[in-house]
Ligand binder design. Sequence first.
Ligand SMILES: Cc1cc2nc3c(=O)[nH]c(=O)nc-3n(C[C@H](O)[C@H](O)[C@H](O)COP(=O)(O)O)c2cc1C
Length: 253
Amino acid sequence: MSGPERAEATELSRDPSIPAPVGPDAPVLDVLATMRAMRRLKPDPVPDELIETIVRAATWAPSGSDAQHYSFIAVTDRDQVARLGALWREAETTYEGLAGHLVPDFEDPTHARMAETLRYQRDHFDETPAVIVACYGRSAPAGGGFGGLRDVARSLGFARLRKLVAGLFTAHNLNEASSIYPAVQNLLLAARAHGLGANVTIWHVFNNADWKAALGVPRDVGIYAVIPVGWPMGNFGPVRRRPVDEVLHWDRW
Ligand SMILES: Cc1cc2nc3c(=O)[nH]c(=O)nc-3n(C[C@H](O)[C@H](O)[C@H](O)COP(=O)(O)O)c2cc1C
């Protein structure tokens, strides 16, 4: 499996041989074009203020109905990181079991390097300076619950209500996911701008209940991403992605 064509992002404001800019004034498009998944992290601690800075940037993202039902758990306590490490290794092992048979194929050269860094992160997870867990959902109902359903039915009419109910689960999941992932992307970009390496992961879904229990996440709040953060061992460099003329359709597919 060789996968789709990839091209290096070239629209940088600088010569690609010059190290990618770092700092709060780094050009935003350069930050976007050089924000790769950074899985090899130094064990050196990340200051709490910097964690606050990147979580603040996360909160600048939009959310559906401006609900802002996001919460972030920043784990820096070594025992707690080690507890998450055990869950991480279990999830990674499940993923590897799947990836051996599904996409991506780790034998294919495009993904062989990724497999190598996944394994590095698995083996060194307990040294991760900070793990940020992005959650979405309300921990308590705002009131009303289903009490107002009759009123909703009356104001919407039967046909609209039927469509609403049919798509309710999809709509709920879509709303929560599309409200938290812009915040996650902001967090990754802010981390990258400040010279921190990070990568977004969702394989906690393989043992989600254990992650929720370890972190004390309320029943009606979902974990949407687990993001290890730290100072990268390697350098930031251009991402490799499908060329725009392959993915952009004008006026219709
Ligand atoms: C929705 C989503 C889920 C992801 N889940 C994981 C994951 O569970 N574990 C992991 O190591 N990386 C995960 N990644 C990171 C991707 O593997 C990474 O972004 C992709 O390989 C591109 O890497 P690059 O930016 O270094 O080119 C995820 C990324 C996204 C957007």
